[in-house]
Design a binder for this molecule. Structure first.
Ligand SMILES: C[S@@+](CC[C@H](N)C(=O)[O-])C[C@H]1O[C@@H](n2cnc3c(N)ncnc32)[C@H](O)[C@@H]1O
Length: 131
């Protein structure tokens, strides 16, 4: 379990799919190369932004249902990614304060982001491949 990563592991000169996903969602964890790639993708496939938002909204609806109606209090988010708003611990915590969340990703850079945005919460991060 090692959430830290070296800044040298991040190449901001090339677009990265996770940072592009963040850009589709209107997040702030992306760079000029990511935003330019997003512009090019959206020129060819304008529906991609709506698809990313629908995917994210589904995750949030599912967590809200599980924490609310189903009474789930422990969550494992496998493939956390880097989006910085509306994450599982935030959505679950709104419905069920005290719900516990573990974020798992096999990309240490993304897990580093999760570690940063979940700092000061009960959420934990775990670097692992789920295959
Ligand atoms: C598109 S992001 C998902 C973001 C977020 N969960 C959401 O739904 O908005 C997919 C993530 O899955 C991670 N991932 C892919 N294969 C994995 C594996 N075998 N084990 C753990 N994480 C994996 C990637 O590193 C990436 O961060």
């Amino acid at each position: 379990m090692e959430p830290g990563f070296a800044a040298s592991e991040i190449d901001t000169s090339k677009p990265h799919p996770a940072r592009m996903y963040d850009a589709y969602l209107g997040g702030k964890d992306n760079y000029a190369a990511d935003r330019e790639a997003v512009r090019q993708v959206l020129r060819a496939f304008p529906e991609v932004r709506a698809m990313a938002r629908a995917n994210r909204a589904f995750m949030q609806r599912a967590v809200r249902f599980l924490a609310g109606e189903a009474g789930v209090r422990q969550f494992i988010d496998i493939g956390t990614g880097i989006p910085s708003a509306g994450n599982v611990h935030e959505v679950a915590g709104q419905v069920a304060p005290g719900a516990r969340v573990v974020y798992v990703d096999n990309d240490r850079c993304k897990l580093g982001c999760a570690h940063a945005w979940s700092a000061g919460t009960d959420a934990r991060t775990l670097s692992a491949c789920m295959r």
